[in-house]
Design a protein around this ligand. Structure first.
Ligand SMILES: [Fe+2]
Ligand SMILES: [Fe+2]
Length: 234
């Protein structure tokens, strides 16, 4: 295993845990459903523990947990967009806000779960060496660092993802069958004034029928490919 790549990945996974922690905190702060509150509190604590464990693994491999790899920065950006989305809830009922927060958790947990599944597979394949001999992690060190962390976290990640997926479906079904139905004027009261009719703020997706067909036949290179192609010699 390439040490530099593994450390960059671990930095990214640490950032994903950090993002999950922030999303749980956001969801918990405005949630009024006891069932959600209890789980958010439990999973928030577990996520904080995962963060600690990843920092420990990074240290054991000789890395610095405060280093932020390029892929970690991207992970941070993605979480920031989910956190931003959590603020754009004007016009949503309390039930819809809670559903939206849970959806953010589900998206974050999907990635979190994938990260730990990958660490599990990485653990199974330690010892396989790549091309760059100078940049190899010692297999025993990697095993010793990863094995206890994966054994503890992997089952919890299964539970986080499964719960978020099931709960999201349950709450959506509950809302669809039992309500409460949101007020029909909710958009009007939030964003519409006499000068700004609702249609101009929230237009129908397709106003004038379907999109037009492409002008070029599909077997011909597209216009942009033709424009960027090297000119043919005379
Ligand atoms: Fe986690
Ligand atoms: Fe998780």
């Amino acid at each position: 295993m390439l040490r530099s790549v593994v450390l960059d990945m671990l930095s990214e996974f640490l950032m994903v845990e950090q993002g999950g922690f922030q999303l749980y905190r956001t969801a918990l702060a405005r949630c009024s459903t006891p069932e959600l509150k209890a789980r958010y509190t439990e999973f928030l604590e577990e996520t904080a523990r995962h963060r600690e464990l990843l920092m420990g693994v990074i240290r054991q491999l000789g890395g610095d947990p405060s280093y932020v790899s390029p892929t970690a920065r991207l992970a941070q950006f993605k979480t920031s967009k989910l956190l931003e989305a959590a603020l754009v809830v004007d016009g949503l009922s309390q039930a819809e806000v809670e559903l939206s927060d849970l959806e953010n958790v589900l998206l974050a947990e999907t990635k979190d779960h994938a990260d730990w599944s990958l660490l599990q597979r990485l653990l199974e394949q330690t010892g396989q060496s790549g091309a760059d001999r100078a940049d190899q992690v010692d297999p025993d060190t990697l095993q010793a660092a990863l094995r206890p962390a994966v054994a503890e976290v992997e089952p919890e990640e299964d539970q986080h993802l499964e719960w978020a997926r099931d709960m999201q479906a349950q709450l959506a079904l509950r809302l669809a069958t039992l309500g409460p139905a949101p007020s029909p004027e909710r958009w009007q009261s939030r964003i519409s004034t006499p000068d700004v009719p609702i249609e101009s703020v929230n237009p129908r997706p397709i106003r004038q029928g379907l999109l037009e067909h492409a002008g070029d036949p599909q077997w011909q290179p597209s216009e942009i490919v033709r424009a960027t192609a090297a000119p043919t010699p005379p």
